[in-house]
Design a protein around this ligand. Structure first.
Ligand code: OVV
Length: 389
């Protein structure tokens, strides 16, 4: 069978995903001695069963029962209840919809300003660098409260982190030379005295003062924001812009009904699944259909395959603004479901709203180029041409 982390599959995983789904509810991948799931029903069930399918042994290929993690494990992503729960409760509050209301006006203005400056430079541009990367990098680090210096490290750090959930292939090797430098920079941004007094970071430290988490936990919770909050939103925004640039009629539909921006983003997260995979680890011998997954074995969850499972989604390969995408597993499912999803949706809403107000058409203007990553479905460049009003 093909390598799920090989360049052929990373370039276009559709066929491989279909093979995994057709092979059964769960299949053994000999190459890595792991199990794999690609059907919506079983991926959803496993993600919801945190007792049977744990995260505490790591959500990458590396099994923390036997291998030392490359960085101190995340207190959220790579932890199980009860240790997982206090940090999760803190971030749920800090990143919740109510807490984000104070950012909304500013982010809408920032998006308008960014779109204006991009359009001023001409109708053709790379939408990845000009918008999908530029917008999160403009608003998110400020919202966390880190200093300006060194922000160019955020995307390379995230790129390596998401590669590191996969096997030690060429992608991981290519990132290795900068790991120490990038990690040192990210870790330094988590200290209380470098964070602004009113951002997400400061609120995490305040939660420690309040006794909700310990002061030892606070910097690692800040690290989760810097780890999970940048590359994911960049490629989520790239996904929705790609969807609009390649789906006839979709942009006109959004222009007529700008309130569709949020559901469009969720449909793009389903359709493209910017986070393609995470692993779980069996906590006991677990029967899935007729197969026993032995205790301690890793299970590779194909979120991207589940999100296009024809057993669950009619015409799954179609980006469809008339579909209800809720229930997709692009943000995960269960107790680990993306705690930052409201931040991501607000970024998307701001950017799409600003763009829809000024642009009457968006089409591809050249060949898009994929960026290969062991976990992320990403774009290197997406040349577009727009009609500005
Ligand atoms: C969802 C996610 C991805 C990467 C890192 C983390 C979380 C983290 O908590 O560090």
């Amino acid at each position: 069978m093909l390598d799920p982390f090989g360049h052929e599959v990373l370039e276009d995983p559709a066929e491989f995903h279909a093979t995994i789904r057709e092979a059964g509810a769960v299949v053994h991948l000999e190459r890595y001695d792991v199990y794999a799931m690609g059907r919506y029903e079983h991926v959803h069930a496993a993600l919801t069963d945190w007792q049977g399918f744990q995260s505490g042994a790591g959500v990458g290929l590396s099994n923390f029962r036997y291998e030392k993690p490359w960085r101190p494990p995340s207190l959220l992503l790579e932890a199980d209840p009860p240790r997982h729960d206090a940090p999760r409760t803190v971030l749920t509050r800090i990143l919740g919809q109510r807490a984000l209301r104070r950012l909304r006006t500013q982010w809408m203005d920032d998006a308008s300003e960014l779109v204006d400056s991009v359009l001023a430079a001409g109708p053709s541009f790379d939408v990845v660098t000009a918008l999908a990367a530029a917008f999160p990098l403009r608003v998110f680090p400020d919202a966390v409260g880190i200093p300006r210096d060194g922000r160019e490290n955020l995307l390379p750090y995230g790129d390596h982190l998401f590669n590191a959930f996969g096997p030690h292939n060429d992608l991981v090797a290519a990132g290795a030379p900068r790991v120490a430098e990038l990690s040192a920079w990210v870790n330094a941004q988590c200290a209380r005295d470098v964070l602004t007094p009113d951002g997400f970071g400061a609120r995490i430290w305040a939660a420690a003062d309040h006794g909700d988490i310990t002061h030892e936990q606070a910097p690692l919770v800040v690290r989760s924001l810097l780890s999970a909050g940048v590359d994911t939103t960049v490629h989520g925004l790239a996904a929705v812009l790609y969807a609009f640039a390649t789906t006839p009629g979709a942009w006109q539909r959004l222009r007529a009904e700008p309130a569709l921006a949020r559901v469009a983003f969720d449909e793009a997260v389903r359709w493209e699944s910017p986070v393609q995979t995470f692993f779980r680890t069996a906590t006991t011998d677990i029967k899935v259909d007729d197969t026993i997954v032995p205790d301690g074995k890793k299970i590779l969850m194909f979120l991207g395959a589940a999100n296009r499972d024809p057993r669950r989604w009619p015409d799954p390969d179609r980006f469809d603004l008339d579909r209800d995408p809720s229930g997709h597993v692009g943000f995960g499912m269960g107790i680990h479901q993306c705690v930052g999803q409201h931040v991501a949706r607000l970024e998307a809403e701001a950017l799409l709203t600003a763009l829809a107000a000024r642009v009457s058409d968006i089409t591809l203007d050249g060949s898009p180029v994929r960026h290969h990553n062991n976990t992320l479905r990403a774009w290197e460049s997406l040349p577009v041409r727009v009609t500005a009003e």
